[in-house]
Design a protein around this ligand. Structure first.
Ligand SMILES: [Zn+2]
Ligand SMILES: [Zn+2]
Length: 317
């Protein structure tokens, strides 16, 4: 349902949804990875100001919030219209530094020099100065933001990257999950930006404990059954890890052997992605002391070069 009030905030030519009430989600074309083509821009600008502000120590106050302005350059005009219609007391939150989440930042700083950017410092240091040179606040999780008198709680949720953050709208218990979850399929972890399987599991447990009513991913649809989705993610990752362990126990010693064994059904063009996943799982198995005695992590690490020669580029760490 779209209320007359909220529809004023978004250009009528763009498709968008408002759920829960007050939280507007605009899928905007971005340079994201398949099967997606868009990044959800989340806009929160409550009309009725409530006063929750007394008991909390807020790191930032604003009348409006924008999360992950990651649209492509040809949609910057649309983004500009959205930002121009919002209050000047604007807070911008980015879940992590990937281009499909920050490509629109430069438009915001041009349009509203008073805006404040909030992100983890591992995210902040990867954002180019051309994209953001205005005021910013580095956060590490646990802080609160006050938007129009309503509280949003910042949650450190590493795994996808080492600076990845989520945001909980406290009143509706809606969790903006960045790229930790996606609307369909499973999320990729970025091994080159501190992506880590143990962190990913921990952040997933944290989300399950929070028991949000809805999950708002940045790619694809809102999820109204968070527990089901999060437990499904855990189940899939555990089962993948088990297949990798089985391949190792059956004698696979190199990255190529493991990928060829576990991902034999998957198109070879996707093997570089699969290789990152295997490396993350091997790290995780090693941390848990689950690798068999005969398996050498050094030999495995040395086999990355041979994999790259056979299959193509692999992600640096
Ligand atoms: Zn990402
Ligand atoms: Zn993304």
């Amino acid at each position: 349902m779209i209320s007359a009030q909220s529809s004023e905030k978004v250009n009528a030519t763009l498709h968008y949804q408002e759920y829960p009430p007050g939280v507007i989600i605009v899928p905007m074309k971005s340079r994201t990875a398949k099967p997606f083509h868009t990044t959800n821009l989340v806009i929160f600008a409550p009309k009725s100001v409530k006063n929750e502000s007394e008991d909390y120590n807020f790191v930032a106050h604003g009348d409006a919030l924008i999360v992950d302005p990651g649209c492509r350059a040809d949609f910057h005009e649309e983004l500009l219209k959205i930002v121009a219609a919002l209050s000047k007391k604007l807070v911008v939150f980015v879940t992590h530094h990937h281009g499909d989440h920050v490509d629109g930042l430069s438009v915001i700083q041009k349009c509203n020099p008073n805006a404040t950017l909030i992100a983890h410092e591992n995210t902040m240091r990867r954002i180019r100065k051309d994209d953001w040179s205005l005021g910013h606040i580095s956060v590490s999780g646990g802080e609160d933001i006050c938007i129009g008198g309503q509280r949003l709680n910042i949650i450190f949720a590493p795994g996808h990257t080492d600076g990845h953050m989520a945001l909980l709208h406290v009143e509706t218990h809606s969790l903006i999950v960045g790229d930790h979850c996606v609307g369909q399929g499973s999320a990729l972890l970025d091994i080159a930006s501190g992506g880590n399987m143990a962190d990913y599991f921990q952040s997933t447990y944290k989300f399950i404990e929070l028991a949000p009513h809805i999950l708002i991913p940045m790619h694809g649809r809102v999820n109204l059954w968070p527990k089901h989705m999060l437990c499904g993610y855990l189940k899939n990752r555990r089962s993948r890890e088990l297949s990798i362990l089985e391949a190792i126990e059956n004698g696979a010693k190199t990255l190529f052997d493991i990928v060829a064994n576990v991902y034999s059904e998957v198109d070879r063009s996707l093997w570089p992605h699969a290789a990152s996943n295997v490396r993350l799982h091997v790290d995780h198995l090693s941390q848990q002391n689950m690798l068999p005695k005969g398996f050498s992590v050094d030999t495995f690490n040395c086999s990355l070069v041979a994999f790259a020669e056979k299959v193509g580029k692999i992600e640096p760490k």
